[in-house]
Design a protein. Structure first.
Lengths: 404, 173
């Protein structure tokens, strides 16, 4: 991004101003920070609007320009979350008397740091990432895995039964779902032959979007990503009806806001990784990037950024849609789904991807297409098998005893 | 994946200080949950040291496996242990003299090993170009080092089987 800003300033000033490297990096940092906070506020607003639409309500309407609210439900209450954030800032910062102060204070700081660090490798457009690390994909999985530490810390240090249970559940859930998540990403990694996020996008420019050859991996990754951010239907660590608010029960004010902000940012990061790895990142559908570059020699970076953000927000919207559609999963079902369905499925996907990668070394013709279809077919077969099995069990249960 | 990068020497000192201070805090704090948290910082410091040595993949794995998984399981264990924070349950090692003697022995052995080996103080061109790539790492693991690699997996399997045997309740006849 720093190179991009230097170039932009040079263009705007007609080549007169040459921004020093340090200033550009500072500007990039401020840009990313601003993006994270505005993005989180927007996502929280969007979640409330999506939930309202799904439940046949209108959601927040009052805080914002009146004429926008008169327009439609989607333009009402645009400043609602800004006001919520200001309220949280002004609230008293309470630390319970029997809490373990050091981890209690450290946990929200750690979760926010981790979420900031995760944004470093997100490829917003061609050449537009804070850093294109050569281990980008590993980095963007490894860094968010640290959020579970802060959740465990928060759960323990609050000195509250419900918080502790929330922390325990979260640790078990995130450790279990990290394994299929990693294996689901290994298929595309093998097809691209690189771990660099920009490299993954370029590899998809030269072949197809990896959602085709690694269809099952895409579905498994998406499910695991939802579980990793503790969102419904996988929100047992903070199940309101059982655990008050789980590990955040004792938090208030800005510390609570940090957990909230981090959750929504992490959901965005998960969707961004999905868009990068499976949906071709900043690539325009069905048009090779070379063509875009010749059509728009000036603005192709901007086009890339817009396309990427569109894909990410579509995936974020689907996450919200799932949240307001499905009921919460039972803890034992959660574990058996992770270990008995998703993990073997990820292994199967890895195997098929390995075969496709072997075929690609020889040709990219019909054989590769057939193998991709094989992946999609196996995925559907697994889904049907799981469905048949679960309905079979339900019938069995109905016959045995009558539920009260 | 093979591009090498420059690392400021200050980074080494900061990361070393972080690793060592956190390690000292682990053994000196009386609160075992705090010790677990300090251990994470020590792990992260080691990951940073791997980056200064150009081993970015190993650094990523250090964060993912040690800081992200092993530390979590440690804290998980603390949370499930009954009466862990009871003040009479001392966590500091009481046999100080034995501990001191053992550490002195370890220090002497590692010091002797350091004194006897020779180090390249000036990086030569051939050595600097030989940054281990991910591909190289994979080929080494499945090529010349395949036997140790497989032995490690057998070891992990044995540990898994052992854990299942310990945890399983015998069915009463």
């Amino acid at each position: 991004v720093d190179q991009l800003i230097i170039g932009l300033v040079k263009d705007l000033s007609g080549g007169r101003v040459d921004l020093p490297q340090a200033a550009a990096m500072l500007a990039a940092l401020v840009l990313i920070l601003a993006f994270i906070s505005v993005n989180a506020l927007f996502l929280i607003w969007l979640e409330r609007k999506v939930s309202a639409r799904i439940q046949n309500r209108v959601g927040p309407m009052m805080t914002g320009p009146r004429f926008l609210a008169n327009l439609s439900m989607w333009t009402g209450g645009v400043f609602q979350t800004v006001m919520d954030a200001l309220k949280l800032l002004a609230k008293e910062d309470v630390i319970p008397a029997r809490a373990d102060r050091f981890p209690f204070v450290l946990a929200p700081v750690l979760v926010f740091t981790v979420c900031l660090a995760a944004f470093v490798v997100i490829p917003f457009g061609p050449g537009a990432a804070v850093a294109d690390l050569n281990i980008g994909l590993l980095y963007v999985v490894a860094i968010p895995s640290l959020t579970v530490l802060s959740i465990v810390m928060a759960g323990w240090s609050s000195n509250n039964k419900y918080s502790l249970l929330g922390g325990l559940r979260s640790a078990a859930q995130m450790l279990s779902y990290e394994i299929p998540l990693l294996f689901a990403l290994m298929g595309p990694m093998m097809l691209a032959g690189t771990l660099s996020m920009q490299g993954l996008v370029r590899a998809q420019d030269q072949s197809v979007w990896f959602v085709v050859p690694s269809f099952m991996g895409a579905i498994i990754y998406y499910v695991c990503a939802i579980a990793e951010v503790n969102r419904p239907p996988f929100d047992i660590p903070e199940a309101e009806s059982e655990l008050v608010a789980g590990y955040v029960s004792e938090y208030s004010g800005m510390k609570f806001a940090m957990f909230f902000l981090a959750e929504f940012s992490m959901m965005w990061v998960g969707s961004a990784v999905f868009a990068t790895v499976f949906l071709g990142g900043w690539l325009v559908p069905f048009v090779p990037w070379q063509t875009i570059q010749t059509w728009f020699p000036q603005g192709h970076v901007l086009i890339g950024i817009i396309v990427f953000l569109t894909k990410v927000y579509i995936m974020v919207f689907i996450m919200m849609w799932i949240r307001w559609t499905f009921p919460r999963v039972r803890p034992d079902h959660l574990m058996s789904l992770g270990w008995k369905v998703l993990l073997p499925g990820a292994f199967l996907n890895l195997l098929v991807c390995a075969v496709i990668a072997m075929i690609w070394q020889v040709s990219r013709g019909p054989a590769a297409l057939a193998a991709s279809l094989l992946n999609i077919a196996t995925c559907l077969a697994v889904l049907v098998a799981v469905h048949v099995r679960s309905t079979g069990q339900r019938r069995l249960g109905e016959g045995v005893g009558s539920a009260p | 994946l093979t591009e090498s990068f420059q690392v400021d020497p200050a980074a080494f000192w900061i990361l070393s200080a972080l690793t060592l201070l956190a390690a000292v805090a682990v053994v000196s704090t009386p609160n075992i949950f705090h010790a677990g948290i300090y251990l994470i910082f020590s792990f992260l410091g080691v990951a940073g040291l791997y980056v200064t040595l150009q081993a970015t993949f190993v650094a990523g794995m250090q964060v993912l496996v040690y800081a992200g998984a092993i530390a979590v399981i440690l804290l998980f264990g603390f949370m499930l242990t009954h009466n862990l924070m009871h003040p009479e349950l001392g966590t500091l090692f009481t046999q100080r003299w034995l501990g001191l003697a053992l550490s002195a022995l370890l220090l002497a052995a590692s010091g002797a090993a350091l004194a006897l080996s020779t180090f390249h103080t000036q990086p030569d061109a051939a050595e600097a170009a030989r940054v281990v790539s991910l591909t190289g790492l994979g080929q080494a693991l499945l090529g010349p080092y395949v036997l140790p690699f497989e032995l490690v997996s057998v070891l992990i399997l044995a540990a898994l089987v052992g854990a299942v045997v310990v945890a399983r309740k015998e069915a009463r006849p």
